[in-house]
Design a protein around this ligand. Structure first.
Ligand SMILES: [Zn+2]
Length: 264
């Protein structure tokens, strides 16, 4: 009995080996690869364009810290002493993005990343001044921060930016900053293929509104998750109902509430 089982096993093994060996090499190469395992990325919306993003190993990146004077930030998150990021990213100089950057940097010792002229205006110690420009990158722990264009203004202080965070599992998160839709978004997609997009949708006098932002997604990007931001903070900006009306049919949309935490 045992020898019969052995012979059967041997026959099956030879048959399988034959199938593998007789397949053309090109066919073998077309087999689906095992999907690369993903490591959790934690995103907390702090209100308006402010987010704290934490990598799977605990690298904390604080983006656009407008907190102490932000009407949409929950009171518990306005206490600046609670923030201990490994880096602070500031897309541009306007107060609704940069207000608390220097206070948090001074208290925590964290470096600030942004446009070189803007960062210089903070007059922080050299080791905390990470000024760059479009196309530049910085490595913070296990996260690479890429500086990408945004179509807006930033006065005083250089030019407006967006940021793409690249994580160790290969996934990427794109914070658009304040912007209008622009053609180079196609190159942001080509180079960084963002999996998560923190998308400015507020509209009003200053930036793209929900319809234009949705068109930017449809035209240029293929994200797994879209998190609308920069709305509902001040009169004149789009509110949540308007954002949901436009993005309701976009199945990748994640509408968050200020203070909420999501893990991707
Ligand atoms: Zn803004």
């Amino acid at each position: 009995m045992k020898s019969i089982q052995s012979r059967m096993f041997l026959s099956v093994a030879i048959a399988c080996a034959t199938v593998v060996m007789t397949q053309p090499l090109s066919a073998q190469n077309k087999r689906p690869l095992h999907k690369k395992s993903t490591q959790p990325i934690t995103v907390q919306w702090l209100g308006h364009a402010a987010f704290e993003v934490t990598s799977s190993t605990g690298t904390k990146i604080l983006i656009d810290p407008f907190l102490s004077g932000n009407p949409s930030t929950p009171d518990s998150l306005k206490q600046l002493g609670r923030y201990h990021p490994q880096a602070i990213l500031v897309t541009h100089s306007h107060a609704d993005h940069a207000l608390d950057a220097v206070t948090i940097a001074t208290a925590s010792g964290a470096p600030v990343i942004g446009a070189v002229e803007h960062i210089a205006s903070f007059k922080l110690p050299a080791k905390q001044s990470m000024g760059g420009n479009v196309g530049g990158r910085f490595t913070i722990g296990d996260v690479i921060v890429h500086l990408v264009p945004a179509m807006h203004s930033s006065d005083p202080g250089g030019r407006p930016l967006g940021f793409v965070l690249e994580f160790s599992d290969g996934r990427t998160l794109y914070h658009t900053g304040d912007t209008w839709v622009f053609g180079d978004m196609s190159l942001i997609q080509e180079f960084y293929h963002p999996n998560i997009i923190l998308l400015g949708v507020g509209g009003g006098p200053y930036t793209e509104g929900p319809k234009e932002a949705l068109r930017a997604i449809q035209k240029y990007f293929t994200p797994d998750h879209i998190i609308p931001m920069h709305y509902g903070t001040f009169p004149g900006l789009s509110d949540e109902a308007e954002v949901k009306a436009v993005f309701g049919a976009e199945r990748h949309t994640v509408v968050m509430r200020p203070g909420q935490v999501r893990v991707f």
